[in-house]
Design a protein around this ligand. Structure first.
Ligand SMILES: NC(=O)c1ccc[n+]([C@@H]2O[C@H](COP(=O)([O-])OP(=O)(O)OC[C@H]3O[C@@H](n4cnc5c(N)ncnc54)[C@H](OP(=O)(O)O)[C@@H]3O)[C@@H](O)[C@H]2O)c1
Length: 238
């Protein structure tokens, strides 16, 4: 299948590598391929420049967000959450119309020390705040902005290294979630997850559930810090 991964961050690289390994035809999307390939410094999370990654994965293609989305039958959104709606709605309509868009972005707004009334210090800076919560979610914003696209929220409750290799944690005995308003799109996302090795995939129903999935990011971070960054999963015991 032709799959577009919109994003060049650490998470996007996990999916690009894993999906290419599964035999898919993967195009990675970025704002400006020339600028992305010209970067020589790691990003704020320490992810090395994309050019080296691409050199190590010659089977992957790099294109603009628009060209990558147009090339994909299925599209994965790994664009920085605060900028995702603007970036996706700027794409030409046909690039996403009728397609499944699997969104794993968190609507984080990164803050500087002193920005937040009650800052949460972490080893890498101040914990970001969520731009969207309680009565809305990033995934619902994307769905409203792109009514012809079938948005599925998935992958978001886990480090993407674990999303693409669930068996590396607890022998794979943990739970992944999907939510969305289009059953066929959720089936597409579920099939990808099964190919990654997920055995316990819980359908949370409509896209409203994305609110909880995105807000879970704060709890995920609390557990991540408590475990010193060690990968973990969550298991819904029922
Ligand atoms: N990494 C994980 O394990 C993980 C887990 C759960 C959720 N998430 C969430 O998934 C999303 C992506 O995470 P990530 O780690 O893969 O990458 P990221 O570093 O958060 O995002 C990088 C991508 O966002 C794009 N971007 C940044 N600013 C932009 C702007 N102003 N306009 C348009 N695009 C912009 C970048 O474009 P360029 O390519 O042009 O630089 C790049 O492709 C985030 O919301 C993150 O919180 C990540």
């Amino acid at each position: 299948m032709k799959i577009a991964i919109l994003g060049t961050g650490a998470g996007a690289r996990c999916h690009a590598t894993a999906l290419a390994g599964l035999g898919h035809d993967v195009t990675v999307g970025t704002r400006d391929p020339g600028a992305t390939l010209a970067r020589t410094e790691p990003d704020m999370m320490g992810t090395p420049p994309f050019a080296g990654f691409l050199a190590d994965h010659p089977g992957l293609a790099l294109a603009t967000f628009a060209d990558a989305a147009a090339a994909g039958e299925v599209v994965v959104n790994g664009i920085d959450g605060a900028n995702a709606v603007a970036a996706l709605t700027a794409l030409p309509g046909p690039a996403l119309a009728g397609k499944t868009l699997i969104d794993y972005a968190v609507p984080y707004v990164y803050q500087q020390e002193g920005d937040a009334e009650h800052p949460w210090p972490t080893p890498w800076g101040v914990m970001p705040r969520l731009a969207t919560l309680d009565t809305d979610s990033l995934a619902e914003q994307i769905q409203r902005a792109l009514p012809a696209t079938k948005v599925v929220k998935a992958f978001v409750t886990q480090e993407q290294q674990t999303v693409v290799a669930p068996n590396t944690v607890g022998s794979g005995d943990h739970t992944m979630f999907v939510a969305g308003d289009h059953p066929d799109a959720k089936e597409t996302a579920t099939a990808l997850l099964r190919a990654y090795g997920w055995r316990d995939i819980l359908d949370l129903g409509s896209l409203h559930a994305a609110r909880g999935m995105e807000m879970y990011a704060h709890f995920h971070m609390a557990v991540n810090l408590a475990l010193g960054g060690r990968p973990f999963g969550v298991k819904i015991v029922r």
